[in-house]
Write a protein that binds this ligand. Structure first.
Ligand code: OKP
Ligand code: ZN
Length: 343
């Protein structure tokens, strides 16, 4: 399988994550990608290629222009305000504050666009996020060109980012941007299967009122897991999108038997939908040793489920999302891709 990757992911090098009241080194760190690349080489998965630059047009098919402008200038604006640390919001437009006007001052703007406070913005964040979108679009072009599958080794990840929200380590929704590219190139129906441990709230929000993109997510029940405020099984879409959003909210301790039963149901729905392309939001934080998650998949289970996804029979784009057991992230990620190839 061909992989698309760029060293520019290293520009996302935040030093702080607000965690338990402390500023810790972010779980979403550059080493994650190094482990994946090393494993790709070790097993001989296939070539690793540079992305090309697609510019902002495909990004703006998904994200609001004001939000993109915010991301582009947030770090400079934060520095200009005289702050010494990385950019972290402290105010939000919360439930009883529905004014929904974008403030001018940076503290107001950052809180307006943030969905959570763990994700610091630092120098280079925008450049890396844009590079990750180019990685997704370049791998999408490989699949659209007739290759059965490709791997977009995106970093930072994307599935928590919505039209006008960043957070949960995500800035631009790489999978959504790629899915929209399939649509814009003529695919009538596209499915997005999100197997990251966390609910893909951003992807759900982006496609919630649309029937042309089916979104399915297997994740930790939001009663117990980030992002907490979306991801229930009762969220099925709205308007024309009713019936085209499927959430599998799974309990703490969920093992492969239970998880893969949900996967099989999702795969059957993707087939019945008549999708012409499949985008997989591939997070490997379902692993039993993941430091911030609570599922119990073993490394061999990733191989098994890669083969099951292959059986759906569709042109498939894998887009990297989470996975924080850094030493095993390469093994688990490449197991999914090898399992697909052997499926
Ligand atoms: C990003 B992706 C746990 C806090 C969790 C954010 C997690 C973001 C996950 N105490 N904080 O979906 O892997
Ligand atoms: Zn995750």
């Amino acid at each position: 399988m061909r992989t698309v990757h760029t060293e520019r992911h290293r520009l996302r090098a935040s030093q702080t994550e607000l965690y338990g009241g402390e500023l810790v080194r972010p779980f979403e760190c550059p080493e994650r990608v190094e482990h994946i690349l090393a494993r790709i080489a070790e097993v001989g998965l296939g070539p690793v290629e540079e992305p090309r630059a697609f510019g902002l047009d495909p990004v703006l098919r998904i994200h609001e222009a004001g939000f993109v402008q915010f991301l582009e200038t947030a770090w400079a604006d934060w520095r200009a305000a005289g702050y010494k640390g990385e950019a972290i919001p402290t105010s939000w437009p919360s439930r009883r504050m529905p004014r929904m006007v974008v403030p001018d001052e940076i503290d107001g703007r950052i809180g307006y666009y943030a969905l959570a406070g763990e994700t610091s913005i630092s120098g280079g964040t925008w450049e890396a996020a844009q590079a990750a979108a180019d990685v997704a679009l370049s791998a999408q072009a490989i699949v659209a060109g007739g290759t059965r599958a490709a791997f977009a080794l995106c970093r930072p990840p994307g599935h928590h980012a919505a039209q006008d929200m960043y957070g949960g380590y995500c800035f631009l929704n790489n999978a959504a941007i790629a899915a929209q590219a399939f649509r814009d190139q003529g695919a009538a129906r596209v499915a997005i299967l999100d197997v990251d441990f966390h609910h893909g709230n951003g992807t759900q929000a982006i496609f919630y009122d649309r029937a042309d993109v089916l979104f399915l997510s297997l994740h930790g029940d939001p009663q117990f897991a980030f992002p907490y405020y979306l991801g229930g099984a009762d969220e099925t879409g709205e308007g024309p999108g009713e019936g085209f959003n499927v959430n599998y909210a799974l309990p703490p301790g969920c093992d492969f038997a239970r998880w893969s039963a949900a996967l099989d149901d999702a795969c059957a729905r993707i087939k019945a939908y008549g999708a012409e392309a499949l985008v997989v939001s591939l997070g490997v934080d379902t692993f039993e040793k993941d430091p911030i998650s609570f599922f119990k998949l073993g490394s061999d289970d990733f191989t098994r489920y890669g083969a099951r996804i292959e059986k759906v029979g569709l042109p498939t784009l894998f887009v990297m999302e989470g996975g924080y057991a850094v030493a095993e992230v390469g093994i688990n990620t490449v197991n999914v891709l090898s399992g697909f190839e052997g499926g």
